[in-house]
Design a protein around this ligand. Sequence first.
Ligand code: GRF
Length: 208
Amino acid sequence: MKQTRLLFLASGRGSNFAAIADAVSRGEIPDAKIVGLLANKPAAALDLARARGVSAQLVEASEFRRPDGKWDRSAYEEALCAEIRKRQPDLVCLAGYMLLLGKKIVSEWAGRIVNIHPSLLPSFKGLNAQQQAVDYGVRWSGCSVHLVTEDLDAGPILEQSILEVLPEDTGESFSQRLLPLEHQTYVRALKKLCAHPYRVDGQKVIWG
Ligand code: GRF
């Protein structure tokens, strides 16, 4: 069976990446092969990748500047796109990648970019989703693995898990309790994606 080539984009601590890489090493996602990790800034995720023998590269977003000193988003995206292409991924997995992906990348890998978001989408999109859930007073929240579209946290949902919000929870404590569930949910979603054909029909993912 053909292996599914996974490329990761990260910006931070990289715990989702590490959990997935470890699951791949243990043979829990039998059809997957990790082909690299790219980070837009110096990030712990780069070290976690290298420690696991995964090729990791920094594409420093802030270095792409116009002559007037302003950030050159399109030059950065062009460079990122070129690095992604070189690695020929089947799936681009966002693992705490904190920049919005532009039109160009989203359309080139349409239906093949995956993200994890720490809420039960479509609730609590955007930053600090765990804090948003605690502040809203919901009794349950969770995490969602979804395909990435141009709209923030709005693409078709692949997997979700739920977790009770306890009366004493803060955004921080809920985030900590949620994280292991994120890891399991992302692994479960990738296992399914690597093993089954799927297509997207509007907002829904149809599994073959
Ligand atoms: C996770 O909470 C994930 O849901 C969100 O960003 C965080 C990344 O954490 N998209 P890590 O870098 O994988 O540890």
